[in-house]
Design a protein around this ligand. Structure first.
Ligand SMILES: [Zn+2]
Length: 301
């Protein structure tokens, strides 16, 4: 996690815990979905999947542009990158109403995904895709939002004046944002319902089931030790239980059993437990069944 200038930059795996520690003081019931269009993968100078431009340079560039529009700070609350990193706008923290969709920002959180996801634009990286799904799922978890097309909304589903259209309609929608090829499916309500919303719902379910946390190397080592301990204990119990009922009269108890039977103390010496044979043997040695025989009594360990 790095703080520099007006932004906090973190890895995908750091986001959930960071978010859990935040105190939300305003009601947030909608999560906006935007692409930046510019900057994009080209202006980020991607070479072999890695951007050559510094994250903070990109973020400050957007902020400078937003300020030039007369805005009070960076428009969005959160930004995602092609390498899966997440940036929080410190000048537009989660408790500040964003400048994402004119007329529809109250109660909303604005998330900008760096890239141009219109047809013919950038192809979203796997890393950014994974981050986007995880990010919205974590926000749903924290803010008690059920993923749906009414709670996770595309910019394109609004008119320029902020009127809700509920779907993309060319000529009516203010923009194509988050892109006509967003999520490989487009920016329509049907496209969101088919893949984007279910992907987030699945991730949210994973988080709630506790599958979301990847184990660290130390945790994995501790878990392996625990597994080995359990396996060793199981083997020990199996051995002890096997000892409980003896398959046949142990050699060291034979003389005692014969004497006990002869004395009419027991009917049968078969199927006894280890403790039974020990007990009979102790009694035999004390002369309870007559004279101790000449056979040396030798106990098993
Ligand atoms: Zn937008």
């Amino acid at each position: 996690m790095i703080t520099k200038g007006n932004f906090l930059l973190m890895e995908r795996r750091e986001f959930r815990d960071w978010l859990k520690a935040q105190t939300i003081t305003r009601k947030i019931e909608r999560l906006q979905v935007h692409h930046t269009a510019a900057p994009n993968y080209v202006t980020r100078r991607m070479v072999a999947g890695l951007a050559q431009q510094d994250h903070f340079a990109c973020l400050e560039g957007m902020r400078t542009f937003h300020l030039s529009q007369g805005w009070s700070g960076t428009g969005q609350n959160i930004t995602t990158f092609e390498d899966g990193k997440i940036a929080i706008s410190l000048d537009r923290n989660l408790n500040a109403t964003p400048a994402g969709i004119k007329g529809a920002n109250t109660g909303a959180l604005c998330i900008e995904h760096v890239g141009n996801f219109d047809k013919g634009g950038d192809t979203m990286t796997e890393a950014q895709r994974d981050t986007i799904v995880h990010l919205y799922a974590c926000l749903c978890e924290k803010l008690s939002i059920t993923p749906s097309v009414n709670t996770i909304v595309y910019h394109a589903w609004y008119k320029a004046d902020g009127t809700w259209l509920g779907d993309y309609a060319a000529g009516k929608s203010s923009k194509t944002c988050p892109g006509t090829a967003f999520w490989g499916a487009g920016n329509s309500k049907a496209a969101a319902q088919k893949s984007f919303i279910p992907d987030i719902a699945a991730e949210l379910a994973k988080l709630k089931n506790g599958d979301g946390d990847e184990m660290t190397t130390e945790e994995k080592a501790a878990f392996k030790t625990l597994q080995e301990t359990v396996a060793a204990q199981a083997k020990r119990i199996e051995t002890l239980e096997g000892r409980e009922q003896m398959a046949k009269v142990p050699a060291w108890a034979e003389a005692a059993c014969v004497a006990a039977k002869k004395a009419g103390v027991i009917d049968t010496a078969n199927d006894g437990s280890y403790d039974f044979y020990r007990f009979i043997t102790v009694l035999y040695r004390r002369g309870f069944f007559g004279t101790v025989g000449a056979v040396p009594v030798k106990e098993a360990k």
